[in-house]
Design a protein around this ligand. Structure first.
Ligand code: TRP
Length: 382
């Protein structure tokens, strides 16, 4: 019997079959032809595309049609500020930055402090706001262009979001959210309403501009259910359906059966970790190697099922030749897991040092990025 797995925005369980997920969600795989189109538009391909980490989409061809015609579109992504940021959270942001740089487009970045309060990650809203602003530093540290990037906390700009959310909410039934998210009668009414808020940024630029602007959302595939609903509602409101490009989730350090999870510290590399702690976590990671050095030398390892190899491929090694060598020498048994982990640990530690430096600098840049009600009412008037 096929292994069961569950993927919703709030729960990921079991070993995910990503091809099955495409079928289940009804999205499209990113094929060679589409990669060529992206390459032409962007002037190159990010390794996350060539390596199949961003592997699924909705309506990306349409976005590229618009782009080729010289029409504007904008990017939208988000962060639920439930904890400190780990590498798994950051992966779609790295890709979003690449899209912004390559295509020169605007980005709205939603921080859903409301969501994380409603879903009981925090006892009070102030705490999720505090974490939201703290997470914003990690976003800014990635080097987004402040003239093209607006970051906002839902609770801070709700006056602008609310009328749009209401129009969305009126068109979503309880049956729909029950079916899509698996809600029951014990979910609170805020949770039931919440998807209307996550839909808003899809339409925000259209509302502000007074004419329809296409939206492309890079996100983990676990977020797709929200946007399936947003896409159903969009035409009823007279807007374009948002397009999406989905990434696979980053596996846990402890094995491919789970994703990196903020609630299991040893499973994750937090970008605020002490580099020494992160090093130790990496050295403790599960691998796809042989049970003993002897066996490994004889039969080789299997990078396909190795979390450590996935960290190279997903985040810490953008050099094709080097990655290929890691893969090949693992398979032949020449490369030992201990050495492989030690090299990854070095890469992780140096990433953390650089990131944490940039994160400090981000404090002074916060005002350049945070979208306020004042700015929104200016934009709406213009
Ligand atoms: N719900 C997302 C989370 O928990 C946050 C989010 C809001 C988001 N809007 C988004 C993520 C758009 C991706 C794209 O992390």
């Amino acid at each position: 019997m096929a292994k069961e797995f569950v993927v919703t925005p709030w729960e990921v369980r079991g070993e995910i079959d990503y091809n099955k997920l495409i079928e289940r969600f009804g999205t499209e795989p990113i094929d060679e032809e589409l990669l060529k189109r992206i390459e032409t538009a962007a002037g190159g391909l990010h390794p996350l595309l060539t390596r199949g980490v961003f592997y699924s989409h909705r309506d990306l061809n349409w976005i590229l049609d618009e782009y080729e015609k010289g029409n504007d579109f904008f990017l939208y992504t988000g962060r639920g500020p439930s904890s400190e940021v780990h590498v798994g959270h950051m992966l779609p942001w790295v890709f979003t930055k690449w899209l912004q740089d390559s295509l020169g487009v605007k980005l709205y970045f939603q921080i859903t402090d409301d969501e994380k309060f409603l879903f009981r990650d925090f006892q009070n809203l102030e705490e999720s706001q505090r974490v939201g602003y703290d997470n914003a530093l990690d976003i800014i540290a990635l080097g987004f262009d402040p003239s093209k990037t607006r970051i906002f906390l839902d609770s801070e700009v709700i006056r602008t979001l609310y009328p749009i959310a209401l129009r969305v909410a009126r068109r979503i039934t309880f049956s729909t959210v029950k079916a899509v998210f698996g809600f029951t009668h014990s979910n609170n009414v805020g949770e039931i309403f919440y998807t209307s808020i996550q839909a808003v940024p899809c339409f925000l630029e259209s509302v502000l501009q007074g004419e329809n602007v296409p939206c492309l959302i890079p996100c983990g595939i676990d977020q797709d259910p929200h946007f399936r609903i947003a896409r159903d509602v969009a035409p009823q409101l007279g807007y374009y359906k948002p397009a999406l490009i989905h990434n696979k989730l980053v596996p846990s350090l402890q094995g491919m059966h789970a994703k990196m999870s903020a609630s299991i510290p040893a499973s994750a590399i937090f970008v605020t970790d002490d580099p020494q702690v992160a090093r130790e976590n990496v050295m403790e990671a599960v691998t796809g190697g042989g049970a003993t050095v002897e066996e490994h030398r004889k039969y080789g390892g299997n990078p396909d099922i190795c979390p450590v190899y996935h960290y190279y491929a997903y985040f810490f090694d953008w050099d094709e030749d080097h990655l290929k060598k890691v893969n090949e020498t693992c398979r032949t048994g020449e490369r030992l897991c201990g050495d492989c982990k030690a090299e990854l640990a070095d890469r992780v530690a140096s990433f953390l040092e650089t990131h944490q430096e940039k994160r400090k600098e981000a404090r002074d840049k916060l005002q350049d990025f945070i979208l306020t009600e004042e700015e929104l009412s200016e934009l709406e008037k213009a």
